[in-house]
Design a protein around this ligand. Structure first.
Ligand SMILES: NC(=O)c1ccc[n+]([C@@H]2O[C@H](COP(=O)([O-])OP(=O)(O)OC[C@H]3O[C@@H](n4cnc5c(N)ncnc54)[C@H](OP(=O)(O)O)[C@@H]3O)[C@@H](O)[C@H]2O)c1
Length: 375
C-alpha cells in the first residue's frame, strides 16, 4: 500500500519566538518495505508541545539531556506524540483499522519502524483524543515496561516516546510527588489554563488545597474561576508588579508553586513562599523564546525559608503511571475533572497551532486533528 504523506518540517533552526514562516509543508509517498515489520498509521490527533521549540534551536543544553529532547534539523520530519489508525501493518499484533497511540509525527501518515512502541487504544468510554492529551500514551506503555524490563531496545523506545508531550502524568507526578500537597495548603500555578496547569489546579482542588492560577487573558481567568473551580485567578499581563500581586492573592504566603513559565514569575513566587515551601519546576516557557530571560530567585529566601525547588521530567515517573491513569480516568468519567482540549484542524494548521502556544492562543491541551477515524 502506498500513501501520499504531507508533513511539516523546519526551514531553519529557530532561536527566539517561532513564526509560521519557520516551517514548510512537504509531500512524499510512503510505502512499507515488504516483510519489514513496518506499520503505516494514518494520524488522527497530534500533540503540539512547547518543549519542541527547544529542539528546534541551534543550541540548547536540553538537546543532549534526554533522547526525546534531541535537536531537530531543518527538513527533517518532526516526531510528536499522537493517536492514529493503522492502515497497513507488518506486525502480527496489529491489524488494519486498529486505533493506536505512540510517537507519530507532524504529518498525515507515519511509518512506524519495528521496535517502536505502538499501543492499541481501547477508548470506549473516553474520547480517543485524550490519548494524545490528558492520558497521553503512558497508559499504553506500562505493560510493555513490565514485560520488557530487560530489553534495552524497548526501554530506549519507551524512554523516547514517553518523554514527549502528554500532560497528565506530568501534572500528576509533579503535583503529588514533587509538591507533596497537604489539605488546606496554598497553591499557585502559572500558565494555569494550559494543558499541564489546568490539570494541576484540578488535582489541587481535589486534594483540598486553596488554589490560585494566573493566565494571560480575562477569558482564561474566568474559565479558571468558573469551569475549573479555582479559588481565584488573575491575568498576569495586567500586573505591573508580580511580587505585590502575589502578596495580594496570598496574604498568608504560598506553600506550593507549580512553575510552568520561569523568569520573573518564579522570582515573584519564591519571594512569597512560606517556610518549607515546594516549587515544582515543570517548564520555563517564558525563557524558551528569550535566551536573555533567566530567573534569579532570591537565594537568601530559598535558604532561610528552606524552600525546595525541584525540576521534573515526566519520564522519571512511569512507576506512578498505573495510579495516575486509574485515578485520572475515574475523575474524568465521574465529571470530577475536565480535560480541556483546544483542537485545530488539518496538517496545514500545525505551524499556527505551535506558534500559538507562545502567544497564549490555546486554552487547554493543544492538539491538531489531521485525519478522521472513519474513512
Ligand atoms: N517537565 C515535563 O515533563 C513537562 C511536560 C510537559 C510540559 N512541560 C512544560 O510545562 C509548561 C506548560 O506546558 P503545556 O504543554 O501545558 O503548555 P500550555 O500551558 O498548554 O501552553 C502554553 C501556555 O503558556 C503560556 N505562555 C506562553 N508564553 C508565555 C510567557 N512568555 N510567559 C508566561 N506564560 C506564557 C500561554 O498561556 P497564557 O495565556 O497564560 O500566557 C500558553 O497558552 C511548558 O513550560 C512546558 O515546557 C514540562
Amino acid at each position: 500500500m502506498e500513501v501520499v504523506n504531507k508533513y511539516v518540517s523546519l526551514k531553519h533552526h529557530v532561536d527566539g519566538y517561532p513564526s509560521e514562516s519557520d516551517f514548510e509543508l512537504a509531500t512524499t509517498p510512503l510505502q512499507p518495505a515488504p516483510g519489514s515489520g513496518e506499520v503505516i498509521v494514518k494520524n488522527l490527533f497530534l500533540s503540539v508541545d512547547p518543549y519542541q521549540l527547544n529542539r528546534m534551536k541551534r543550541y540548547s543544553s536540553s538537546h543532549t539531556a534526554i533522547t526525546a529532547a534531541s535537536k531537530i534539523e531543518p527538513g527533517q520530519r518532526i516526531d510528536a506524540c499522537g493517536v492514529g489508525k493503522v492502515v497497513a501493518s507488518g506486525r502480527a499484533e496489529l491489524e488494519e483499522g486498529d486505533v493506536v497511540a505512540g510517537l507519530l509525527g507532524w504529518e498525515q501518515y507515519t511509518v512506524v519502524r519495528p521496535g517502536t512502541v505502538l499501543m492499541k487504544v481501547d477508548a470506549k468510554d473516553l474520547p480517543i483524543s485524550y490519548y494524545a492529551s490528558v492520558l497521553g500514551e503512558y497508559s499504553l506503555h506500562l505493560h510493555q515496561i513490565k514485560e520488557h524490563k530487560k530489553d534495552a531496545q524497548i526501554d530506549a523506545m519507551i524512554f523516547l516516546t514517553t518523554a514527549t508531550g502528554p500532560s497528565g502524568l506530568t501534572a500528576f507526578a509533579g503535583f503529588y510527588d514533587v509538591c507533596k500537597p497537604k489539605k488546606g495548603e496554598k497553591v499557585f500555578i502559572s500558565a494555569a489554563s494550559g494543558s499541564v496547569g489546568s490539570l494541576v489546579g484540578q488535582y489541587a482542588k481535589l486534594s483540598g488545597c486553596y488554589v490560585v492560577g494566573c493566565a494571560g487573558s480575562k477569558q482564561k481567568v474566568d474559565l479558571l474561576k468558573g469551569k475549573l473551580g479555582f479559588d481565584d485567578a488573575f491575568n498576569y499581563k495586567e500586573e505591573a508588579d508580580l511580587k505585590s500581586a502575589l502578596r495580594r492573592y496570598f496574604p498568608e504566603g504560598i506553600d506550593i508553586y507549580f512553575d510552568n513559565v520561569g523568569a520573573a514569575m518564579l522570582e515573584a513566587a519564591v519571594a512569597n513562599m512560606n517556610s518549607f515551601g515546594r516549587v515544582a519546576v515543570c517548564g520555563a516557557i517564558s525563557e524558551y523564546t528569550n535566551a536573555g530571560e533567566r530567573a534569579a530567585p532570591d537565594l537568601i529566601d530559598i535558604i532561610y525559608k528552606r524552600i525546595t525547588l525541584r525540576g521534573l521530567l515526566s519520564v522519571d515517573y512511569l512507576h506512578l503511571h498505573e495510579q495516575f491513569s486509574a485515578a485520572t480516568s475515574d475523575h474524568l468519567r465521574r465529571g470530577r475533572m475536565i480535560a480541556l482540549e483546544d483542537v485545530s484542524v488539518g496538517i496545514e494548521s500545525v505551524p499556527t497551532a505551535f506558534v500559538g502556544l507562545f502567544r497564549g492562543d490555546n486554552v487547554g491541551k493543544k492538539l491538531v486533528r489531521v485525519g478522521e477515524l472513519e474513512g
